[in-house]
Design a protein around this ligand. Structure first.
Ligand SMILES: [Zn+2]
Length: 330
């Protein structure tokens, strides 16, 4: 399977494949990168390669590969917070440790993928440290998180870190067309909107609601810029009730302001003939807004939005965080 069937991240696949072939795999990996960039896909491919009974690994055809793909392999464990806004709890880590203390059932390894490990409670992270310090020989742990800053340094230092970067826009557009049958124009738009996160682009292509919600959030944000403070605070309170929607909205706003900066700053807005704008379909509105703000004002907005995103990721009070952001006057 070329590049383990993965789009992008060629260097990471090459590195892992070589380690696997030479029997030099680490006991613990940490894949970092924004949501939807492909951390889970790469983790699943590495797990399949480790558990596969065929050749070359992963063959995609043996019983192990099928069981791994359907999430039913007895030597593969996937642990994540129980809800979107929830934390990964110490009981979950303890249960995983019980499984990892037993010898493999079918394969030569037992593999555990710990998704969104930045959301592990301190006691869960501390419990996992024990396994990271003295893992059984047959165990490989794969931790997934947006960045290394969100984890305990003692966790990071015991893992081999594989930082996944956004995939180039043309590569995403072409994959959407060839693998998911998306038409060329939509593929180009989604590739831009995705910010290099293929997982997001595929979701947007298959869930039309995602694009509708995006349009709604953009309309709301444009209206909020002229709204009185009481309206903005009411909006903050509503958005705070749904932490996932809040992250999604902030992500969108950050991209929106970055586009305005691109247009207001008079910098070249294309590279190799491809526009650097994220919100390609909103050009008229963006251009109009670029005439209303100075680059310094736009930079301040981007910074404020990023600070709010960071605070939400670190489980700060959502309503307070959003009020600080939306209380900001230009
Ligand atoms: Zn196989």
């Amino acid at each position: 399977m070329e590049n383990w069937g993965i789009i992008g991240h060629e260097w990471a696949v090459h590195l892992l494949r070589q380690a696997l072939e030479e029997g030099e795999l680490s006991h613990a990996y940490l894949f970092t990168g924004p949501p939807g960039v492909g951390k889970g896909t790469l983790a699943r491919a590495l797990a399949s390669a480790l558990l596969c009974q065929g050749d070359p690994r992963p063959c995609g055809e043996c019983r192990s590969c099928h069981l791994a793909a359907s999430g039913n392999h007895p030597d593969l464990f996937w642990v994540q917070p129980e809800s979107e806004a929830g934390r990964l709890k110490v009981e979950q880590v303890r249960e995983l440790q019980r499984h990892l203390s037993l010898t493999p059932n079918m394969a030569t390894h037992r593999v555990a993928i710990l998704d969104r490990f930045d959301q592990a409670t301190p006691s869960a992270a501390n419990a996992l440290l024990k396994t990271l310090e003295e893992p059984p020989d047959f165990v490989v742990l794969i931790l997934l998180a947006p960045d290394t800053d969100s984890l305990l340094p003692t966790i990071v230092s015991r893992c081999q870190v594989i930082p996944l970067r956004p995939i180039p826009v043309p590569q995403i557009a072409s994959a959407l067309q060839t693998r998911w049958g998306v038409d060329a124009e939509t593929a180009r738009l989604l590739a831009h909107l995705s910010g290099g996160r293929l997982g997001w682009a595929v979701r947007a292509a298959t869930e039309p609601d995602l694009l509708r919600r995006r349009q709604q959030r953009i309309d709301e944000m444009v209206a909020l810029l002229r709204a009185p403070l009481t309206d903005r605070f009411r909006y903050a309170a509503e958005l705070a009730r749904d932490p996932e929607a809040a992250q999604e909205a902030l992500d969108l706003w950050a991209g929106w302001w970055r586009d305005i900066l691109l247009l207001a700053g008079g910098v070249r807005e294309d590279r190799g003939g491809e526009s650097l704008l994220t919100n390609l379909d909103q050009r008229a509105c963006l251009e109009q807004m670029a005439t209303r703000f100075t680059p310094a004002q736009v930079v301040a907005r981007i910074q404020a939005t990023r600070t709010a995103m960071d605070r939400l990721r670190r489980n700060a009070n959502p309503q307070l965080t959003l009020e600080v952001l939306l209380g900001f006057d230009l």
